[in-house]
Ligand binder design. Structure first.
Ligand SMILES: [Zn+2]
Length: 177
């Protein structure tokens, strides 16, 4: 069963109903390279850390509750430079078979429609991130004050042991064109 080292990678394909029955708690990181929908929406995701508790609640609903901590780079709508935006997403879902099933859910839950057994956990994470994206983002300071110093990222990258910063390196290379 999951012993929950916070450095571990989240599994991609899971059987969420079985997890609910077993009371599994998933903790770990998602591989951000496998989230094409976020890329389509111009969301650059540096890291996703999740804690998701699967359970069967008192009303016999199969529930998934937890949090996602997501570090992204989004485009400032004024100067069009990328800026770091951290998102904290609260997750409160109940697993249902179809739209029909989602109508009877208690209001505290959003439906997670899973018609078969296995499903793609990363697709769910993408969905949750998209739902939690700010509509527009702007630099808080006047634009330009917080940009134009790309070396700040490099320093941070060297002192940080986690490899999401490899993404930042690629990002830097891309923006240099
Ligand atoms: Zn700006």
């Amino acid at each position: 069963m999951s012993d929950g080292s916070s450095k571990s990678m989240l599994p991609r394909y899971i059987d969420p109903r079985r997890f609910c029955q077993q009371g599994v708690v998933l903790r770990g990181f998602a591989a951000t390279g496998e989230m094409p929908r976020l890329t389509e929406h111009n969301v650059i995701v540096e890291s996703v850390q999740a804690e998701l508790a699967f359970a069967i609640d008192e009303q016999r609903e199969r529930s998934v509750k937890g949090k996602l901590a997501v570090k992204t780079q989004l485009q400032c709508q004024r100067c069009l430079e990328l800026m770091p935006v951290d998102l904290d997403c609260d997750v409160s879902l109940a697993i249902v078979r179809d739209e029909e099933g989602s109508r009877n859910l208690p209001g505290i839950y959003d439906p997670w429609i899973v018609d078969g057994e296995e499903t793609d956990l990363y697709a769910l994470i993408e969905e949750e991130v998209l739902l939690n994206l700010p509509f527009v983002v702007y630099h808080e300071d006047p634009c330009g004050e917080s940009v134009g110093n790309p070396d700040a990222f490099a320093e941070e990258g060297e002192t940080n042991k986690q490899n999401p910063f490899q993404v930042l390196k690629q990002l830097k290379d891309k923006t240099k064109i």
